[in-house]
Design a protein around this ligand. Structure first.
Ligand SMILES: [Zn+2]
Length: 85
């Protein structure tokens, strides 16, 4: 679970599923697909979290593995970063 402190809470803003930004918070992105927005993503299969930058690829299977498990790797956006440019 992503962490923050009382001091850094002011930098986080709760949002509803937003149409304005074009971000689909419910999408689970498969291995190797292109990251749609920069932010923190959580694997639906194991709960691991990663940071990924827009336009790059989500980690390939050889760098994020589920040993001995048939759980599917899929990345869901949990925190969108607001970057300029
Ligand atoms: Zn995982």
């Amino acid at each position: 679970m992503a962490l923050y402190t009382q001091e850094t809470e002011k930098y986080l803003k709760k949002t509803s599923t937003t149409i304005l930004s074009g971000v689909n918070w419910d999408t689970v992105h498969p291995i190797g697909s292109i990251v749609p927005v920069s932010g923190i993503y959580r694997c639906e299969g194991c709960g691991d979290e990663i940071t990924s930058n827009k336009g790059t690829e989500f980690p390939p299977q050889n760098t994020h593995q589920h040993p001995g498990s048939a759980k599917t790797i899929g990345w869901r956006l949990i925190v969108e970063t607001q970057t300029k440019g």
